[in-house]
Design a binder for this molecule. Structure first.
Ligand code: ZN
Length: 264
């Protein structure tokens, strides 16, 4: 069994604060291992309300790609839920160093609840149960941020978290399933915006040619342009399978890898 459930697909502050989409990141299950990636605001409530219910006490780990609020808002309560309120010391927390240092997002009193804290560093490999993954180079984002290349058996999934586009980016991720956080519709010209646009996504997909691209983490301009319309336009233009994640969408990874979905 291998699936990714998109608990929330909101990105950046306005879509999150107005909850135009849920925020809450991704629940990834591979074999017997459950890993929660980026538990943003509402992650706990959305998990418990999802059908079938996802029980956070079955998590083996929680991972923050970075400490921004829309990726980490529920990290503390999810640590409590994973560890039965601290009564069962278990699980691994993965996060960049700055999530624990100045202006930390992980409360100190909860840090002892988990079995292990693994500080994410660039270009490093990690393992949790049936999931092996590596970080690529550090992203261009205001806080320490990493994308992931995850191994699922012989297959690979890439997850590109928040970043400004940079020259090497298309070479860092080559998964058959390619999950991209795309916040902006139009090319980003403002220097202070550290996010990908749909133009950047095209550049990435032309190079990587994944079996399936999944767009998520939408900002206001993408929401207004209807993510599913954007995805179908990209699909036509690039000749690749592209879908826009929706809240609660469950992606059966084995089906994608077996070619039952995702093939042109
Ligand atoms: Zn961010």
């Amino acid at each position: 069994m291998a699936f990714a459930k998109f608990i929330g697909t909101a990105g950046a502050r306005f879509v999150v604060m107005k909850q135009l989409r849920s925020s809450g990141g991704i629940w990834l299950s591979v074999g017997k291992t459950n890993l929660y990636i980026d538990p943003g605001p509402g992650a706990l409530v959305r998990c418990l309300n999802s059908k079938p219910k996802l029980d956070p006490s079955t998590l083996d780990g929680i991972l923050l790609t970075h400490k921004h609020l829309d990726h980490s808002g529920d990290v503390n309560v999810m640590i409590e839920a994973m560890t039965d309120g601290g009564f069962k010391k278990r699980g691994v927390l993965f996060a960049p160093g700055d999530a624990f240092e100045e202006d930390p997002v992980v409360l100190k009193y909860l840090r002892g609840y988990v079995d292990k804290i693994e500080v994410l560093k660039e270009n490093s490999e990690y393992q949790i149960g049936d999931i092996q993954f590596s970080t690529a180079s550090r992203h261009r984002h205001r806080v320490e941020t990493y994308g992931l290349n995850l191994k699922v058996g012989p297959h690979a999934i890439s997850l590109i978290s928040d970043t400004k586009f940079f020259f090497e980016l298309p070479d860092l991720y080559r998964g058959e399933v390619f999950i991209i956080h795309v916040v902006r519709l139009k090319p980003v010209v403002e220097d202070w915006i550290d996010h990908l646009s749909i133009e950047d996504v095209k550049t990435l997909l032309r190079k990587a040619k994944p079996r399936l691209a999944v767009l998520t983490h939408f900002g206001m301009t993408v929401i207004q342009a209807k993510p599913w319309v954007i995805a179908s336009e990209l699909e036509k233009e690039l000749g690749l399978k592209v879908i826009a994640a929706s809240d609660g969408m469950k992606l059966d990874l084995e089906e994608v890898f077996d070619g039952k979905s995702g093939d042109e």
